[in-house]
Design a protein around this ligand. Sequence first.
Ligand SMILES: Nc1ncnc2c1ncn2[C@@H]1O[C@H](COP(=O)(O)OP(=O)(O)O)[C@@H](O)[C@H]1O
Ligand SMILES: [Mg+2]
Length: 245
Amino acid sequence: MDRLLIKNLSVSIEGKKILDNVSLEIKRGEIAALMGPNGSGKTSLAYAIMGHPNYTVDSGEIIYKNQNILELSPDKRAKLGIFLSFQYPQEIPGVSVSNFLRTAYNNLKGIKVDVMEFLKKINDKMELLNIDKSFSQRHLNDGFSGGEKKKCEILQMAVFEPEIAILDETDSGTDVDALRVIGEGVNKINKNSNSGVLVITHYNRILKYLKPDRVYIMMNGRIVKEGDHRLADEIEEKGYKVIKV
Ligand SMILES: Nc1ncnc2c1ncn2[C@@H]1O[C@H](COP(=O)(O)OP(=O)(O)O)[C@@H](O)[C@H]1O
Ligand SMILES: [Mg+2]
């Protein structure tokens, strides 16, 4: 099946239980949203999926392409087509967006892409995402606003064309313009590349631009409710207090 399946996952950090029996799925071609208050465990789930060494999986499985990816290194998980954006991208001054993306792309695909061919790819993707042409020549994260960092991540996702993408708090610290670029961009990538996307968010601002096929609510490390896009609307209207646990 073309889906990432998380089954009864429990995770701890330094002996402290963070995720408790979490099950969810990300299907290719679909958008799923993971919502929950601060500290509920959303980022921890993203890190566990990518194999961050600080997160100990105590039980459960993550299945993709008929294998339990928990047995694979983070690098192998990425090569399998799983992409994670970071909540706080590190700043790397002096490297252009274009060069950074090309190096990362070569690493990921295990090839040495032609420079001109790659520039064309980036330009095409920037056009698709309505990102200004000059953006790829900017120095990576050097004086980037929150919104620009997020645009950079969306561009990276568009260029990598991952099968499964996890976007963590892509709407935090972004202005309305960046939010629209990101929201519309995720929709286009989802359709064009048939990516399965998990959008992780505390607010539902980004969900004004995205209509998730599935919404999961996380509280205290557990998935407490599951539904369609109407569940996100309900949270927007009434807040997390409506969820009875
Ligand atoms: N590196 C860490 N060391 C210890 N506790 C952590 C660490 N990272 C996260 N936690 C704890 O795990 C819980 C979930 O955090 P997190 O996954 O960041 O939540 P969210 O992304 O939903 O805000 C919180 O109680 C947080 O304090
Ligand atoms: Mg978080």
